[in-house]
Design a protein around this ligand. Structure first.
Ligand code: G3P
Ligand code: MG
Length: 244
């Protein structure tokens, strides 16, 4: 049970501005054993970590990620929307997070969510895979997406990197679907997970990593159901439960 992966959602998004280096670092301090983040691409082809396609909510800029260069994006400030204390935080590049994980004292599982539902970023899959391989982090990475065609492409390009199917529906026997596209994990909204599903998936060698699980009673139920990991804004809460 203690091996259950405690994925910090966008870093410790319950405590720090989401998808910033301060948030990722704090997640590890709180006991996260995994980090979930969202990957998008700038106009000049750089991989950056931000949830929304638009820069508005977290930086105040009305531009979209796809329309700005990395240099323009790095001038934006992505911390003060959350709290004035974090003014000066920038939107990280994927490379910065890979370096943090590479240098972490203990093994951290990386969950890279490709945000390519609305925008089809050219060659996003290949670029993410190259970056992961360059840091020798293939074995501790799970690539997830709501765009399942993208997961199929990732698996073809990099069979050694795990993929996770993101979904929010009551998919029928999703472990069979996972098998059909070579995915190792089901990243289901927590309400689409039942204990009997977890048992079936486990028997088929497929892991459940539900999201976004923030309440103690929800965490407890999913631990009892036997999930392999969960994605939370509060890795401290989950770490506390798992240490008991
Ligand atoms: O990967 C789990 C979760 O992050 C998916 O939803 O919208 O928070 O990226 P979202
Ligand atoms: Mg996400």
């Amino acid at each position: 049970m203690s091996e259950l992966i405690n994925f910090a959602h966008r870093g410790a998004a319950g405590h720090r501005p989401e998808n910033t280096m301060v948030s990722f670092r704090y997640a590890l301090e709180l006991g996260a054993t995994g980090i979930e983040t969202d990957v998008q691409m700038t106009r000049d082809g750089h991989l950056v970590l931000i949830h929304d396609e638009s820069l508005q909510r977290t930086t105040g800029s009305p531009a979209w990620v796809k329309d700005v260069t990395l240099e323009e994006l790095r001038q934006l400030e992505a911390g003060s929307w959350y709290d004035e204390k974090y003014r000066g935080e920038r939107i990280p590049t994927l490379e910065e997070l890979l370096e943090l994980v590479r240098q972490a004292k203990s093994r951290v599982v990386l969950n890279l969510e490709l945000k390519n539902g609305l925008i089809q970023y050219p060659e996003l899959e290949r670029k993410v895979i190259e970056a992961v391989r360059a840091c020798a982090l293939s074995e501790q990475t799970v690539i997830s997406s709501f765009n399942h065609y993208s997961l199929v492409e990732c698996k073809a390009l990099a069979p050694e990197i795990k993929t996770g199917i993101l979904y929010m529906e009551g998919l029928y026997e999703p472990w069979k679907y996972a098998g059909s596209i070579g995915a190792e994990a089901l990243h289901a909204i927590q309400y689409a997970v039942r204990p009997e599903f977890v048992a079936e998936a486990t028997a088929h060698g497929v892991a459940y990593h539900p999201f976004t699980v923030n309440e103690i009673h929800e965490m407890t139920a999913l631990i009892q159901a036997g999930v392999a990991g969960m994605i939370t804004d509060y890795p401290d809460r989950l770490a506390g439960l798992l240490s008991n």
